[in-house]
Design a protein around this ligand. Sequence first.
Ligand SMILES: Cc1ncc(C[n+]2csc(CCOP(=O)(O)OP(=O)(O)O)c2C)c(N)n1
Length: 322
Amino acid sequence: MAGHLLTMYKTMLMIRRFDEKLLDLFFQRKMSGFVHTSLGHEAIAVGAISALQSQDQVVSYYRGHGHCLAKGLSPKRLFDEILGKKTGYSKGRSGSVQLMNPESGVIASSGIVAQGLPIAVGAALANKMRANKRIVVVFFGDGATNNGVFFESLNCAAYLKLPLIFVCENNGLATSVRTEQTMANVNIHEKAKALGVQSQCVDGMDVEKVYTTVRQMAKKARADLVPFFLECKTRRLLGHTVADRFGAKIESKISPNFLAERDPLQLLKDKLIRSKLATKKALEKINTKDVLMKLDQALESSMKETPSESSDAFTSLFQDYE
Ligand SMILES: Cc1ncc(C[n+]2csc(CCOP(=O)(O)OP(=O)(O)O)c2C)c(N)n1
């Protein structure tokens, strides 16, 4: 478990630093488009995806850099994609919002709230019909659970008995609107129960908890062909997007001591040191050598890549993916 926890720590740190690099790029005006960071959500992506097998599939959403990195996509090609380079996973045309690479198992992500859920249902149905033992995990926010297609998707998954895990990243806010302002019942996992999907709620800041819960769910989903729902309670460290200063203000009002008390990376770091699984020095080396150095190299070579051209905009729009 020690090695496993360290690997998860490294991936969480990679996600944190990757998003921080994007913030720099955005404010230095070196990139165009929007960025929704997953700062604060790292333990969910890493805990859930570490519990999967390599052939399993992930459907993400606009807050999805973490899911892609946890699924093993390369930071260099993700930078390429976000910076609009030809060498990006979708030839630089998706921006940060629609990142995907079916070959690596990230089969889709969308900027449309809740849009990933029916896509995941379709993929899980295909897997079931092919009897290939693959499962699908779909990530989405709390706001997505108010959308009609959320209910349709869970109903289909339960009725059709699909090997699919729904993971709700409940950060308590949909842009700048708090869950209590849009839901009479804020216990989101109970919505799933009502639709016939077994569900649980865990601390989304605790990577081990997310990992062990998804591992159990994945085992059952694969063996018994049934869906599960996991609500992960989390908080975002910034506003809704990089440009959302108003949202950032709301967030700091709701959870003023958040960083000090509940930062998922700090929690794991403390645990690793407390349990003598790693020293402070070893963890700092991971930060500088394994993460920052790799990211700096990736970004430097990405900046030199050829930009995508507008004449490419309509090529490769339709492609059959296995
Ligand atoms: C169908 C749809 N409605 C509205 C929007 C505008 N919008 C973008 S993100 C967002 C908030 C979604 O909140 P949540 O699902 O909680 O995810 P979070 O951004 O907090 O991770 C909204 C309303 C959209 N993109 N798609």
